[in-house]
Design a protein around this ligand. Structure first.
Ligand code: 5RP
Length: 268
């Protein structure tokens, strides 16, 4: 098997295992992430549907145009987050999604993640936030001790096109430590680069900026190793014009990684 096929197989193994563990006929509302690994999750959902193992009225919440297509192609019902019926109005939780299965670009040892390689992280974070459980699926190249050490393209940051150059300059002046607002940053560096580099994400052959499903641009911000994901997420989020940051701190409950030898690692 070619190395590309081995990686695809690893993604598929992780996706199938996560779906089999978390999706059965008791799941009423399911969030569907974006990216190439989630394609395999949709493949497994179609099999389970054909075997009659899904809830007959299952609602699936998409995180992108691609994700909606996957849901529809699997013969499942797509419903936007805010169009979900309130099934349990008396619940103390606002979360309306039982479980969301999504991919990731890098996941650290505490299940903090970098997401947004496909530019869908705004809706992915909205859906994750409304989920009782976020389960990540990936091949083992994404399994990392410290964020920023494996995914070297930088943190995807969705920004308003109205001020992307200003936001880029501001991101490139982020300081790794004490001058920042957060108390946590005062005592230890949150990331390693003294001068972060922010690149406007371009379409192939520099055919212009990538435009997200929401009509915004993406800046990929290389900050080196991310020692304090929550502080970095907060620091970037505070910049006016930043719509969403592709750091998901403390959101995932579980991550499944497929290895090249066919084995799987599940981290909780
Ligand atoms: C899209 C994402 C994807 O989930 C992430 O990029 C992983 O993609 P893939 O499964 O293709 O590696 O966050 O915004």
């Amino acid at each position: 098997m070619s190395s590309a096929n081995i990686v695809e197989q690893a993604k598929r193994t992780a996706a199938f295992a996560a779906v089999d563990k978390h999706v059965d006929s008791s799941v009423r509302v399911l969030g569907i992430g974006s990216g190439s690994t989630v394609v395999y999750a949709a493949e497994r959902l179609l099999e389970l549907k054909n075997e009659g193992k899904l809830h007959p009225d299952l609602l699936c919440v998409p995180t992108s145009f691609q994700s909606k297509q996957l849901i529809v192609d699997a013969g499942l019902r797509a419903v936007d987050l805010d169009d979900l019926p309130v099934l349990d109005a008396a619940s103390a939780s606002f979360a309306s999604i039982d479980v969301t299965i999504d991919g990731a670009d890098e996941v650290d040892s505490e299940l903090n993640a970098i997401k947004g390689g496909g530019g869908a992280h705004l809706r992915e974070k909205l859906v994750a936030n409304a989920s009782r459980k976020l389960v990540l699926i990936a091949d083992s190249r994404k399994d990392s001790e410290t964020l920023g050490t494996k995914w070297e393209k930088g943190i995807p940051v969705e920004v308003s096109p109205l001020a992307w150059r200003t936001i880029k300059r501001q991101l490139e002046r982020l300081v790794p430590q004490s001058r920042a607002q957060s108390a946590a940053l005062a005592s230890s560096a949150a990331f390693s680069f003294a001068n972060p580099k922010a690149e406007l994400r371009q379409a192939v052959r520099k055919a212009g900026p990538v435009v997200t499903d929401n009509g915004n641009f993406i800046l990929d911000v290389a900050v080196g190793s991310i020692y304090d994901p929550l502080s970095v997420e907060q620091l970037i989020k505070m910049i006016p014009g930043v719509i969403e940051v592709g750091i998901f701190s403390g959101m995932a409950k579980e991550a499944w990684f497929g290895n090249e030898d066919g084995s799987i690692v599940c981290r909780v």
